[in-house]
Design a protein around this ligand. Structure first.
Ligand code: FAD
Length: 477
C-alpha cells in the first residue's frame, strides 16, 4: 500500500525546491515528503532551465541567496566551486551577474545537500508526473491524481505551479489559420526558436525581459532583423552596481490612494535625481513595503494600476544585468533590433509569410508588415493563466479554491493558504510564487519567494507538530 505523505509539493521550480529545503529543516523525524514535478527537474522551472550563457540573473549574486536568513549562501557556494577549479570570477563584494544555469546548479546542489543531511530522518520521494486533480479522500486527506493514473495521498499540499504560458494576446479569430505555424507561442521553447534562420525577419511581441532573452538568443544565431513591439514600447532599465545611491527607505505607513502613492514615489525619485542621486534607490526602497502597499489599495485602484502604471513600474523594478543592457543597446545601434510602440491588430498570411497588421502608438493608421516569424514574448504577461490548468480549474469547480478578486491568480490568505469559494482558508492547501500575485503582487522574484517558502514551511511544520502532539496526548489517555 502506498504511504501517506505529510506534505506533497506540486511543481519543483524555484518555489517548490525552496519550500522542500525549508521543510526538510523543520519537519519532525519520520516525515514523508512527495515532490511532484511534471518534467522531473528540480530547481529549474521556467527561469533557470536555460542553458544559454547569455541568459544572466538580473540580480547580483549578493542579493539572490536561496536562504532568507543567510544572504551570503550563494556567494559561498560560488566561492566553493572556484576553490574546486570552477569557472568565472566572483568579486569579493558579489557585484556580478552570473548565468541563470549556474543558479539552477546552486539551487539543485542546495536541495541535494538538504536531502543528504536529513537522510534516514525524512523520506523524500520525487514523483515525475503532472498532477491533474486534487480531491478530498474519505479519510480527510488530499488525494492527488497524476496524469499517469497514479494517486498520492497527503496531509498538506503546496501548489508551486509557476506562471503558465499564455497565448499571443490576440483573439483567435484575428489570426489566420495558415499563419499559426509561423507563430511561436512559447518563447522558452528552444527547439522552436532553432527553426528560425539567420535571414528571417522576426516580430517579437512584448518588450520586457522575456523579449530581451529571446532577442539575445536569436542575435547570437545571426538573426539580424528583429522588431520588438509593445503597447508602450518601453524596455527594461539597467541595474547599476555598486548602487550609486544607498537605498532610500520609504516612509508610507498608512493606506494611500493610488494617485497619491504615485505622486509620492515620482516626487521622491525626482528630488533624489535633482540632488544628483539615482532613482533606483527609491524603487528599491519601496520593495520591502510593496506587498503591504498593494494590499492597502482598493480593488479599483489595483486594476487602474495594472492598466495604466504597471508597464512603467515593471521596467523600473525588473531591471537587466548591465552586460545584457549593453548587448541589447549594441543590437539597437547596429540596426538589428527595432523597438516599436503599438498594437498588433491581426495576423494574416501573404506570399507564404505572416502579414502583421499593426497600429503604432498615437496614430490611427493601420499598416501591414510581412515577417517570417512572430514570437509571443508576452507569454507570461496575461492574468490568471494558472486558472487554465486542469488542476486549478478543478479546484475552482469544486469550490476548494477561487481566483483572486482581480483575476491575476489563485486567492490565498496572508499565510498563503488557498481560500475556498466562500473565502475560508481550506485545510492544508497552500500556493506559492507567481500564482499568489493577486494577494502579494511583489512575489515573483527569488527574494520574496524564498521568504514565502520559509513562512509556509514554518506553518506546516507547526501544524504537523501540533497534530502529532495531540495524537500522542490521545494515546497517553
Ligand atoms: C525568464 C525568467 C528569468 C528570471 N530571472 C530572475 C532573476 O534573475 N532574479 C530573480 O530574483 N527572479 C527571476 N525570475 C523570477 C523568479 O525566479 C521565477 O518567477 C521563479 O523561478 C518562479 O518559480 P516557480 O517555482 O514559482 O515557477 P516555475 O519556475 O515556473 O516552476 C513551476 C514548475 O511547476 C511545474 N508544474 C506546473 N504545473 C504542474 C502540474 N500540474 N504538475 C506537476 N508540475 C507542474 C512546471 O512544469 C514548472 O517546472 C525570472 C523569471 C523568469 C521567467
Amino acid at each position: 500500500m502506498d504511504p501517506i505523505y505529510d506534505v506533497a509539493i506540486i511543481g519543483m521550480g524555484f518555489a517548490g525546491t525552496a519550500l522542500a529545503v525549508q521543510l526538510m529543516a523543520r519537519l519532525p523525524q519520520g516525515s514523508r515528503l512527495a515532490l511532484v514535478s511534471g518534467d522531473g527537474a528540480i530547481g529549474e522551472g521556467l527561469a533557470y532551465a536555460t542553458r544559454n550563457p547569455l541568459h544572466l540573473l538580473n540580480v547580483p549574486v549578493y542579493r539572490i541567496s536561496m536562504m532568507p536568513d543567510d544572504p551570503h549562501h550563494f556567494i559561498r557556494w560560488l566561492w566553493s566551486r572556484q576553490d574546486e577549479g570552477g569557472d568565472g570570477t566572483i568579486p569579493a563584494a558579489g557585484y556580478s551577474y552570473v548565468e541563470r544555469s549556474l543558479y539552477a546548479a546552486y539551487v539543485r546542489s542546495t536541495f541535494d545537500r538538504a536531502v543528504a543531511e536529513r537522510s534516514g530522518r525524512i523520506a523524500v520521494r520525487p514523483v515525475m508526473a503532472r498532477a491533474e486533480r486534487i480531491d478530498r479522500s474519505e479519510e480527510g486527506l488530499h488525494r492527488i491524481r497524476l496524469a499517469d493514473g497514479r494517486t498520492i495521498d497527503s496531509r498538506f499540499v503546496a501548489l508551486c505551479l509557476g506562471n503558465g504560458i499564455g497565448p499571443l494576446p490576440l483573439p483567435p479569430d484575428r489570426v489566420a489559420a495558415e499563419a499559426r505555424g509561423r507563430i511561436i507561442d512559447d518563447p522558452f521553447h528552444d527547439a522552436r526558436l532553432a527553426e528560425i534562420g539567420p535571414e528571417a525577419r522576426v516580430l517579437l511581441v512584448g518588450t520586457g525581459l522575456t523579449m530581451v532573452d529571446t532577442a539575445l538568443t536569436l542575435a547570437e544565431r545571426g538573426v539580424g532583423a528583429l522588431t520588438a513591439l509593445s503597447r508602450h514600447g518601453l524596455l527594461p532599465q539597467a541595474q547599476v552596481e555598486p548602487r550609486p545611491t544607498p537605498v532610500q527607505p520609504v516612509e508610507i505607513d498608512s493606506p494611500v490612494p493610488l494617485t497619491a502613492l504615485f505622486a509620492m514615489v515620482r516626487g521622491a525619485a525626482r528630488r533624489l535625481m535633482a540632488e544628483g542621486g539615482d532613482w533606483r534607490a527609491v524603487i528599491d526602497g519601496l520593495r520591502p513595503k510593496t506587498q503591504r502597499l498593494w494590499q492597502s489599495l482598493s480593488a479599483a485602484d489595483r486594476r487602474r494600476f495594472l492598466r495604466h502604471l504597471n508597464a512603467y513600474w515593471t521596467i523600473h523594478r525588473h531591471r537587466m544585468a548591465p552586460a545584457v543592457f549593453e548587448r541589447l543597446a549594441a543590437l539597437k545601434d547596429a540596426g538589428r533590433l527595432r523597438v516599436v510602440a503599438g498594437r498588433v491588430g491581426a495576423i494574416g498570411m501573404a506570399d507564404g509569410r505572416p502579414a502583421v497588421s499593426l497600429r503604432r502608438r498615437g496614430t490611427d493608421v493601420a499598416e501591414t508588415i510581412a515577417f517570417d516569424w512572430v514570437i509571443n514574448c508576452a507569454a507570461l504577461d496575461r492574468g490568471n493563466l494558472i486558472g487554465a490548468q486542469p488542476l486549478v480549474a478543478a479546484l475552482y469547480d469544486a469550490g476548494a479554491a477561487r481566483p483572486d478578486p482581480i483575476g491575476l491568480g489563485i486567492d490565498v490568505d496572508a499565510a498563503s493558504r488557498l481560500l475556498d469559494a466562500q473565502g475560508r482558508p481550506g485545510p492544508g492547501l497552500f500556493a506559492l510564487g507567481p500564482p499568489t500575485v493577486g494577494r502579494f503582487f511583489e512575489i515573483t522574484a527569488v527574494a520574496e519567494i524564498r521568504a514565502q517558502a520559509a513562512a509556509v514551511a514554518t506553518e506546516i511544520a507547526a501544524e504537523i507538530a501540533r497534530a502529532n502532539g495531540s495524537a500522542e496526548d490521545a494515546r497517553a489517555l
